[in-house]
Design a protein around this ligand. Sequence first.
Ligand SMILES: Nc1nc2c(ncn2[C@@H]2O[C@H](COP(=O)(O)OP(=O)(O)O)[C@@H](O)[C@H]2O)c(=O)[nH]1
Ligand SMILES: [Mg+2]
Ligand SMILES: [Zn+2]
Length: 323
Amino acid sequence: MVRVDRGLATTIGGAGVARVGYSGRILEAAADDPASGPCVGDWALVARWTDDRSTLEHLLPRRSCVTRAQSGGTSHAQALAANVTLAAVVVGLDQTPAITKIERLVALAWESGAQPLVLLTKADLAADAAEIAADVLTSAPGAEVMCCSCVDATGLSEVRDRLGDGTMALLGSSGAGKSSLVNALVGADVLATKEIRADGRGRHTSVRRELVVLPGGGCMIDTPGLRGVGLSGGEGIAATFADVDALAAQCRFNDCSHESEPGCAVLAAVEEGTLAVRRLESWRKLQREAAWVARRTDARLRAAELRVWKQRTKGSRGHPKRR
Ligand SMILES: Nc1nc2c(ncn2[C@@H]2O[C@H](COP(=O)(O)OP(=O)(O)O)[C@@H](O)[C@H]2O)c(=O)[nH]1
Ligand SMILES: [Mg+2]
Ligand SMILES: [Zn+2]
């Protein structure tokens, strides 16, 4: 599936590119849990009807999926890109990289089940790109960090090689250079890009997620600028902060809160200067947030169970209802 719009998806298959509608079952499942609805990168079974209409009947299980906790109101998650091999956090070096934002997106990338990668774009604008890359690596242990530029083509072939015939999702703020990178790898302007506004903030050019197949194999999934990325689980945070996690395992108390306990290895590392206070604070913040999302999700599941139970008891009063 290369594009998903309201009620319609664009697919590539044996018969080429097609616009397909959704079956009732797909719509029902998506209404129940939006994250299980059709997503760019999904593999799907499509039925072709005699009147030439096509409908998407079944989604194949995802091997990985970049998912964010829905921003605003609900605790429903939203699937951003399915079946990616690399989840790339794209950061433009036209500005000083915001490390806390990178940590958050890297945690999201870890949660996807794909290999996280930080792509520092616009390397032509930074005198010390390699130094920044080394710095970013300490904030994202286990992730890969690469630099590239669409202007002087630095690093583009390395990115191309790293992708191979896999699929890369591009995650990052609007204006980071995601669409430009896709165009540079394709060798043609297949996606619209926009000039940065005078205040340095990107304009939202991409409105939808889109999968682009590169000449020679491999796919790129461009996503619209991500604002307000909520994390839906704790595993991504643990992976992103593997260094802090390892320290926490050495604390004297199992339930150490790393606030003031004696024998706290985390606080000791801060004291020694081997762990940045900034990093400890951003770890705490993301953990609080994940705990909040987990509570909301629990509440939502309980409400759903209650609905099912009410329906069942209604059904047993002689009006059996088909689900
Ligand atoms: N100097 C420089 N500018 C770039 C590079 N890549 C993208 N840009 C510029 O950054 C702006 C935003 O790029 P765009 O690809 O639309 O960002 P997106 O919102 O992440 O898709 C555009 O003005 C691009 O010309 C690069 O490698 N070097
Ligand atoms: Mg774009
Ligand atoms: Zn501790």
